[in-house]
Design a protein around this ligand. Structure first.
Ligand code: ADP
Ligand code: ASP
Ligand code: MG
Length: 416
């Protein structure tokens, strides 16, 4: 049994959907689960719908129309017969979305986010499943929310493994081709929850784990995992083999090519993860498994843009001690800040954070009551695994270094 995951970039137009079909035809599709993300940048477009729902009601309908138009263009390209049932199905999803936005009473942003954002994947999988059926690749569309069960921590839900394993064991039919949504799940009340942005890789891993799959393949617009993000680094090189441990480190530091939670379930059952190009499906790509740490053994670069560096010192020049640090971490936790790097000296404490939940102002307000605070917004965090002098020089050239931290295998540099 194999699990395939196709991300948004692989299905951002009709050609992408046709290409997905051709990958399945080339590689075989019995005993296969296909996990699909929302098409193209649909998740971002739905985030705009959510923002408009809360803050700019006058723009709400036009932002929904943009999502409708984008999908209609794909539908028209894929289906000649305008009476095809898929048109009806997609229009029902948009009716449901509008109905939710009209009748919702919850002021909880995170709850509303998950109820709205899920339409991206429900729609993409419906289009793809119907298209595959039409061209003779018979498949079964399944609603992932009947399988992956979580708590109610909206936008970053935690999997209830026992319930999920149970649902999958009881209801999943292995021998056929199944198509389902990445990223989505549901809580005990059957409200939609999500696994965090880019969470579809994790969905693939959850199924693979529960089904004891032989492999997971993530299909990308790159040849595999490279030693740097090709959008920011020229001459990025393909990594042929990576150990689970090394891949977990890379994902942890922010290599956005794999969702960080994906690897642990796979490692537990030693299920190999392949990252391959959807344009060249027969190329070997990257294999993540248990044998080799890194092949080739070269420096790997990870950049996280738009981070925040906060430097704290005590108001009375006293030392920053355990009590202060515990207080600082309580606040970081309270405001859901993702901590990238920390560094402390006798009288100052620095922390580089990712302000995912937009709580920076509240955090700073709270901190300023207790500490002298210097805050740098919009900084970049560079991490180099298996660094050498040349790699560090390359990163620092022409930038102001605000913080630097070295361990034997990893260097992290925060720059402005
Ligand atoms: P998906 O459609 O599966 O969600 P993403 O766009 O999230 O795909 O991820 C693919 C992109 O990740 C690539 O186009 C590339 O720009 C970027 N990327 C970042 N880091 C790496 C890396 N180390 N190796 C390969 N691609 C990377
Ligand atoms: N569609 C979601 C996102 O864009 C999940 C994913 O693509 O993995 O974040
Ligand atoms: Mg993605």
């Amino acid at each position: 049994m194999q699990v395939f995951k196709f991300g948004g970039a692989s299905v951002n137009d009709a050609e992408g959907v046709k290409n997905l079909a051709s990958v399945l035809q080339k590689l075989g599709y019995t005993n296969t689960l296909v996990v699909v993300s929302a098409m193209g940048k649909t998740t971002n477009a739905l985030e705009l719908v959510i923002t408009n729902y809360f803050d700019h009601k006058t723009k709400l309908q036009s932002s929904i129309q943009d999502v409708i138009k984008f999908h209609n263009a794909i539908l028209i390209d894929l289906f000649d017969n305008e009476n095809h049932v898929v048109f009806q199905k997609i229009s029902e999803f948009f009716n449901e979305l509008n109905w939710f936005l009209r009748t919702n009473k919850s002021p909880d942003y995170n709850f509303v986010y998950d109820q709205v954002i899920g339409f991206g994947e429900l729609i993409s999988t419906t289009i793809i499943s119907e298209y595959l059926n039409t061209i003779g690749l018979k498949n079964n569309w399944i609603d992932v929310r009947d399988y992956i069960k979580t708590d109610s921590y909206y936008r970053s839900a935690n999997v209830n493994w026992e319930k999920t394993q149970n649902q999958i064991t009881t209801n999943y039919k292995k021998s056929i081709l199944n198509i389902t949504q990445g990223f989505l799940s549901s809580d005990a009340n059957n409200f939609t929850t999500t696994l965090g942005r880019e969470g579809s890789d994790y969905t693939a891993a959850i199924f693979a784990y529960c089904l004891n799959a032989n492999s997971v393949t993530i299909w990308k617009d790159v040849p595999g995992v490279l030693n740097a993000d090709p959008r920011y680094f020229e001459n990025a090189r393909l990594l042929n083999k990576i150990s689970y441990r090394e891949a977990i480190e890379l994902a942890f530091y922010g290599a956005s090519v794999i969702h960080p939670k994906t690897l642990q379930p796979l490692q537990r059952k030693e299920i190999p993860l392949f990252v391959k190009s959807f344009l060249n499906p027969e190329d070997s790509g990257t294999r993540i498994g248990k044998e080799v740490v890194l092949e080739p053994m070269i420096p790997c670069f990870i950049v996280k843009k738009n981070q925040v560096l906060i430097r704290l010192s005590s108001l009375d020049f006293s030392y920053i001690v355990e009590e202060n640090i515990s207080e600082i971490f309580n606040l970081l936790h309270l405001y859901k800040m993702k901590v990238d790097v920390i560094q402390n000296s006798a009288i100052s404490f620095s922390v580089c954070i990712d302000n995912i939940y937009n709580n920076l102002e509240k955090l700073l307000h709270h901190l300023k009551a207790k500490f002298k605070v210097t805050c740098y917004e919009n900084v970049s965090l560079y991490t180099i695994r298996h660094y050498n002098e040349k790699a560090i020089t390359q990163i620092e050239a022409g930038k102001t270094v605000l913080l630097k931290q070295l361990t034997p295998k990893t260097v992290q540099v925060v720059t402005k």
